[in-house]
Design a protein around this ligand. Sequence first.
Ligand code: HEM
Length: 436
Amino acid sequence: MWFTFGAVITYLAVEIIRSVYRLYFSPLAKFPGPRLAAVSRLYELYYDGYQPDGYIRKLRDLHEEYGPIVRINPREVHIDDPKLYTELCGNPRLDKDHWYYNVGDAIVTTPSYEEHKQQRAAVYRFFQPQALKDTESLIFETVERLCLGFRSIPGGFVNLSNAYRSLTNDIVTTFYFSTSNNLIDEDNYAAEFHRACGGFLRLLAFIRPFGIVGHILTVMSRWYQHLLKPAPKLRSVLQHQQNIGIRVNTAIKNHRQHQVPKARGLIYKLLDSSLPMKYKSRARLHSETLGAIIAGTEATANVLVTATFYLLSNPTCCEKLKTELREAWPSRGNPDIKSLLQLPYLTCVILEAYRLEEGSVFRKPMVSRTPLNLRGRIIPAGTTFSFTPKLNHENKTIFPNPQVFKPDRWQCQDNQALKKYLGTFSKGSRSCLGQQ
Ligand code: HEM
């Protein structure tokens, strides 16, 4: 009894001393922001874990109240300044924030820039256009299957969010493993599964402060069939996690026995690559592929949903795009992706969809090993600072009437200047490898 009481008092005393330090003596004490956020990360967890729009909406409000640089948790300042974004984000000597990216072991979550550089150098070529020739036919075949399916739907109503998620999941899974999940053939386009994946992304908010949540999910994915009967939503995510684990195991086994299939997925190229052995372990490849498949599925589908929504809501833009496509591609058969990407209006529509999509809402917390001057205010080496590209995309000075879908804004002569502020794929040495 006295021991418990003593432990509680000690804990409270430590918390109080820490809070006082954070509020008055920390090098970040001079930065404006809510006092609760300066004291505890629970402030962030409340928004990311429990509010439908996550911390991003709150960040918008905080910048309106406190200005362009706001302290958003005990160790981090968030910056809403597109010019600073372009100046800082290209810096290849920035680490990623260890706490924020503590959600699984993968290239994207590697904090140290030197370690990341080594991994990226080993896999970069697998994502370059010349290496993606086979992927082109995979994309066309899968899109064609999806469109054929649309024609046979009674009533003609389709949940495009699920349909696109199934399309992108089938493509990305085949890209990694050379076999597909065939979600586009499932009832309702695997609606339950996609709902669960959306929930899984929200779980990241809890995995960050309570890393044990991630480990529990990994263990559950191996044993859930024997141990319990999870709700259908959780079951579909665990099943997915388990399926990927099985495919990784099979690939490692095949690779060891030199029985590599003719159609080699990226997993075999990773196993063959110059990556050091520690990045080729079962656990590491599982976490790498699981993360990339969920992110590649969700992010790509978000852009497709955004583009379709705005095109259907703007018949003039839609008609203009159709005319351009018909002229460039008058006969049946697959177009060549390289020439498609040179079509001026299609390019503008894609860029505008990148700007408006909601997938880039995640902030990107980074750490500099040297002190940084943020518009006259110095943050010490080791301090976390972050940007959220979505705030650039909504900046009224750079993108007038930011809520309006206006592909023509990308037709201006200064298109390159505008692209600097587009952070959908992030920037520099940490930018998306799958953007091609
Ligand atoms: C429109 C679709 C996509 C968007 C908007 C997108 C966005 C992003 C962003 C913002 C990052 C950086 C994340 C961070 O630093 O926190 C990233 C990294 C990455 N993405 Fe994508 N992504 C897309 C599609 C894909 C696809 C289809 C793949 C795989 C086939 C992929 C593979 C990767 C990989 C491997 C990284 C890590 C790069 C590194 O750390 O060096 N992405 N992506």
